[in-house]
Unconditional design. Structure first.
Length: 70
């Protein structure tokens, strides 16, 4: 006798421990991807804000250093 053993998802038993474990694995990997992309986005936002702050500070310094024209 040859038996073909399918996984729980393929066989249709969505409430089996194997299917639950697979779902937790998918959710874990999705969480890792979301955290990595969120970290990249947060880093980009921080760098953009710092760049804007430095540009504004340089602009204010240039205005103070320029002699008043009459």
């Amino acid at each position: 006798m040859n038996f073909l053993l399918a996984c729980a998802a393929c066989f249709g038993q969505s409430d089996s421990p194997l299917a639950k474990g697979m779902n937790w694995g998918i959710l874990s990997l999705l969480a890792v991807v979301v955290m990595v992309l969120g970290s990249i986005a947060a880093c980009s936002i921080v760098l953009a804000r710092r760049s804007a702050a430095v540009t504004a500070a340089r602009s204010m310094a240039d205005q103070r250093a320029a002699p008043a024209s009459k």
